[in-house]
Write a protein that binds this ligand. Structure first.
Ligand SMILES: *Cc1c(COP(=O)(O)O)cnc(C)c1O
Length: 414
């Protein structure tokens, strides 16, 4: 489903013109479609009908409370990677009993708050973390449910910065060590072994890495069974890619069917941690062209959004389609779409053929995931407003930051 379509030559989010959003709320701003978010979650879940499954939205992809609340109402659980994200999930009305806690660096305080909240499972990423969690739970007189995050050593064929399933990165427990660490966990009084977890990377557009990883996980599950460790759930992580330009990621239903077939008749719950796939194409970053600056070698279109608003192009050289909100007739020029930040890496798109005038609005497409969540105040730029569109209604779900708030916590020394 595409919630961002042209009507009368004007780009809309659902039934709302992006021009009117810019007029009312100013730019830059993130614009999300409630129906696209809803549809993505329901579509993901549809493939799991009749199967014991839990879909945990990866909070880090877009942690806005309104988005978490929407998913919570649709029945989602949440994948968190910090105590901050746990607090957000609870503030948004999420159910702690549907929360999985991933991440390589959980602090004692974070473990405590998650044990206290009664989360569904800790995805433990190292032996040291396991020992610490047992200590924390013991001190609290509780038992912590765990999976070990296994590093299946498969190549997710994605950008190296977002690939996590290969041997040489910091995530998970090496596959070869897993059985041994599980035996240690099973013997710990304040640890309950519940699952096996793996997450091999992000923006994966082929099915085969998921299948390879699942094969390895299932082999481990069967080996654990032989050692009297009964696995109740398998967490397959997130990572399903989306279409930014011409990628063809697997359909959710194809993915779900493949996983269910592999699981066979084992009586094991499946947990998924999709982030990008649920929100990526449900949001755009709306920005205005401030200046057109032709130079000898390039034409620059300097817009009012920048790398601090959307970091993915600068960080991963990621591609986002860029559409004029009201396309003009004429001969296109080739533009570098850049922001005002004082870095040459501050670009949103290279070599875009567009017909532009100063003051035009542009929509940076597919910006719903890892957009606002990775934003910063670099160059003392207030973070953009976030708007949720619901049909012809618009709601501010995060107000634009005020400049004075950006240095509120700072102090001049006497
Ligand atoms: C980031 C992350 C996800 C979500 O990844 P997507 O590519 O957005 O689906 C899921 N699980 C873990 C452990 C993660 O770190």
């Amino acid at each position: 489903m595409n919630a961002f379509t042209f009507k009368n030559n004007s780009l809309h989010a659902e039934n709302t013109a992006l021009t009117s959003i810019a007029n009312t709320f100013d730019t830059p701003c993130y614009v999300y479609s409630k129906s696209a978010l809803t549809h993505a979650f329901q579509n993901f879940s549809a493939g799991l009908q009749g199967c014991d499954a839990l879909v945990c939205f990866a909070v880090k992809s877009n942690p806005n409370l309104a988005i978490l609340n929407l998913f919570a109402k649709l029945g989602a659980g949440f994948d968190i990677v910090s105590g901050g994200e746990l607090a957000r999930v609870l503030a948004a009305g999420g159910d702690a009993k549907k929360v999985v806690f991933s991440g390589v660096g959980k602090t004692e305080a974070e473990m405590q708050s998650a044990v206290e909240a009664g989360i569904f499972c800790f995805n433990v990423e190292s032996r040291s973390e396991l020992i610490r969690l047992n200590d924390v739970a013991s001190f609290m007189g509780k038992v912590a449910p765990i999976s070990l995050r296994i590093n299946p050593n498969v190549d997710a064929k994605t950008h190296p910065y977002i690939s996590t399933g290969l041997k040489n990165n910091k995530f998970g427990v090496a596959y070869e060590d897993a059985l041994d660490v599980y035996l240690q966990a099973a013997a710990m009084p304040n640890i309950a072994v519940h699952g096996v977890d793996c997450h091999i990377g992000s923006q994966i557009t082929e099915l085969s890495p998921f299948l390879d990883a699942f094969d390895r996980v299932l082999a481990l599950v069967d080996a654990l069974e032989k050692n009297n460790i009964h696995i109740q759930h398998i967490d397959l992580g997130g990572g399903i890619g989306i279409c930014y330009s011409d990628e063809t990621p697997p359909e959710f239903s194809t993915y779900a069917t493949a996983m269910r077939e592999k699981l066979g008749n084992r009586n094991i719950k499946l947990v998924f941690e999709p982030g990008r796939a649920l929100v990526g194409n449900a949001g755009v970053l709306l920005t205005k062209v401030e200046y057109l600056k032709p130079t000898e070698s390039k034409n620059f279109a300097i817009v009012d959004a920048a790398m601090n608003d959307l970091m993915r192009p600068a960080l991963y050289d990621a591609f986002h389609d860029i559409k004029p909100v009201q396309p003009r007739e004429g001969t296109p020029n080739t533009y570098e779409i850049v922001g005002p930040v004082c870095e040459s890496g501050d670009f949103l798109g290279h070599d875009r053929n567009l017909v532009l005038s100063e003051g035009d609005l542009l929509a940076i497409m597919s910006a719903g995931a890892y957009g606002m969540s990775m934003s910063s105040n670099y160059n003392t730029r207030p973070r953009a407003a976030e708007i949720m569109v619901d049909g012809d209604q618009c709601h501010v779900i995060r107000a634009r930051e005020q400049i004075k708030d950006l240095y509120l916590l700072e102090k001049i020394l006497p």
